[in-house]
Write a protein that binds this ligand. Sequence first.
Ligand code: NIG
Length: 386
Amino acid sequence: MSSAVVDGIGLLVTNDPTVGEGPLGLVRNASVVFQDGVVIAVGPAGQVADRRIDAGGRCVIPGFVDSHTHLVFAGDRGDEFAARMAGRPYEAGGIRVSVAATRAATDDELRTLAAARRAEARRAGITTIEIKSGYGLDVAHETRCLRVAGEITPETTFLGAHVVPPEFAGRIDDYVHHVSTDMLDAVAPHARWIDAFCEVGAFDAEQCRQVLAAGRERGLGLRLHANQLGHGPGVQLAVEMGCASADHCTYLSDADIAALAGSDTVATFLPATDFSTRQPYPNARRVIDAGATVAIATNCNPGSSYTTSMSFCIALAVRDMHMTPEEALLAATLGGALALRRDDVGVLCPGARADLVVLEAPSYTHLVYRPGVPLVHAVVQRGIAG
Ligand code: NIG
């Protein structure tokens, strides 16, 4: 297959300190050559290939790695959002509204909705995406949601333990058993990961432990929704069980931070969720300074964070969670890759996937400096420009 080069890059972020300067591995006046969807060389401008894409002096970054989304759903909860802005608190129970709409949708409707959101995310520079189920909550609907997700990405996550569906009302332990046995058996071929919502109003630590342990037995990787709406045992459980990621981390105690710092569990922040639910922003600075690995993800979903804009999340993380622009960019690219235990994305070095974003800006700082402005000039995914 023919090779291609993105040339005329004013500032290249490689995220590889062995390739360039500082933690972002910065290279000025650079070019990136790729073949068969894989980077084969990173170097000074002027490298030659069969096809040339001119970056025109712009900044180029690795494609965003969005390690937490719920893209497969039907229905709209704009009214719930408006009520929240008028003072109502966010409650996990709103998830059941999306469950009813998702169950009522046809396969084709779900596929079309999810594909449109995936296309929107790509236009926003997201080249790797994780997608959870969790709006089906019975065997048939969880299976089809994961099938639809699997048509989009290999990073599929079974979230049967999202909330208790109406038909199991008052029988939470029966539902947890069902999720951990029959439902898991049906969905396991369609999922890479298993997740649970560890929160008051959803599932407690023991119930989440049961679900995650069952998933691990069937070979799934573990992740957990932890400490979203208040302090609780989620983060400690995620670390104890070796989850790849503890997601949300909005309420963190000193002990939670120490546990994350002493583990391989990535602390994944979801700043647009704290924005959309009016939760206080966590102080990411403390978590980074303690030595934990951090990621930023969009958490695109109809209830708590209906956005595919990683740039918006980066701006919030810097403005309100006290990250530097460099840390936030790293968290939205390499951090997301680590949260998915991937080493082929989130970096631009030989052997990595040719996933990159040409920014309509001279520097990545503009992602924060120019909030709300669409700064994605072009996206290359697996070597294909669009
Ligand atoms: O990650 N917290 C649980 N799940 C989603 C919210 C889903 C919803 O409200 O529909 C989240 O925020």
